[in-house]
Design a protein around this ligand. Structure first.
Ligand SMILES: NC(=O)c1ccc[n+]([C@@H]2O[C@H](COP(=O)([O-])OP(=O)(O)OC[C@H]3O[C@@H](n4cnc5c(N)ncnc54)[C@H](O)[C@@H]3O)[C@@H](O)[C@H]2O)c1
Length: 264
């Protein structure tokens, strides 16, 4: 009798939070498809996974998730290797900043950069859900989209007297608002199939795109009730909680931000 294997697809697995998702899912017994454009980080993660979880099957794919052809052929490769997908984590994203590391003011956002942010953060979620749908449907798979607190609040300005003291620009927050909204539409469309769709909206997380200078971090901490930034493990904890919630939380966005934003 063969045991049932679970398979998860994680985009942006070469990044700070994505790597944590991948390692945690491997520890839970999932086989993994790890996707990123950063080949070096992907290789390093694959090596770590083979060493720490030798029984885990790992397929590492250097795929630009903004490109429909690349996403489509990735879905075909995954379908050929695994018998369906139990979990898709749409985690890859970008948050362009000024060379100083600060937020780009709205009027300084280049037209091309607006498109790049929308394609990377929002269109990619559409493409991944569309082209991996058949594999997900085969196993009543779950979808978890990584949004951002900024998707609910909008981006801010560079003063800690106004909420939110911003870490990201207007194109980033608009794209993440789109992710939260798309999550709701998908939850309705896929609900009858028994496929839940959730979003997780982190606040400021240490590492990854959350690398800021010390004075910026001090100002951020003044705004946050716990006076702490989040860490990637807390985002993974939110994922593992959602995985136990069945259909009860489908369409919801789980905010993980140390009390920085408490709205819906
Ligand atoms: N770090 C934070 O403070 C924070 C806060 C809120 C939300 N988030 C969200 O969490 C997610 C992960 O963030 P992180 O901090 O780990 O960032 P990160 O920069 O460490 O990781 C993002 C990964 O996505 C990959 N990527 C970018 N464009 C891609 C593309 N076109 N195709 C494939 N891969 C691509 C990058 O190579 C990178 O490895 C993002 O969606 C981000 O918006 C992060």
């Amino acid at each position: 009798m063969s045991s049932v294997t679970l398979t998860a697809v994680v985009t942006g697995a070469g990044g700070t939070i994505g790597k944590c998702f991948a390692l945690s899912l491997a520890s839970m017994g999932y086989d993994l498809v790890i996707i990123d454009t950063h080949r070096g980080n992907l290789d390093a993660l694959q090596t770590t996974l083979h060493r720490e979880y030798p029984d885990t099957q790992v397929l590492a794919l250097d795929v630009n998730i903004t490109d429909p052809q690349e996403v489509m052929s990735a879905a075909q490769r995954v379908q050929a290797r695994f018998q369906g997908i139990d979990l898709l984590v749409n985690n890859a994203g970008i948050s362009p900043k000024l060379p100083t590391g600060k937020r780009i003011p709205f009027l300084n956002i280049e037209d091309d950069e607006w498109d790049l942010v929308m394609e990377t953060n929002l269109k990619s979620v559409f493409l991944m859900c569309k082209y991996f749908f058949e594999g997900l449907k085969a196993k009543q798979g779950k979808i978890v989209n990584i949004a951002s607190m900024m998707g609910a609040t909008g981006s801010g300005v560079d003063t800690n007297k106004l909420f939110p003291y911003s870490v990201s620009a207007a194109h980033y927050s608009a794209s993440k608002a789109g992710v939260i909204n798309l999550t709701k539409s998908l939850a309705r469309e896929f609900g009858a199939l028994g496929m839940p769709v959730y979003a997780i909206a982190p606040g400021a997380v240490v590492g990854g795109m959350g690398k800021f200078d010390e004075s910026f971090i001090q100002n951020l901490k003044e705004q946050i009730p716990s006076h702490q930034l989040g860490n990637p493990e807390e985002i993974v904890n939110a994922l593992t909680f959602l995985l136990t919630s069945g259909m009860s939380l489908t369409g919801q966005t789980l905010h993980v931000n140390h009390g920085w934003f408490m709205g819906g």
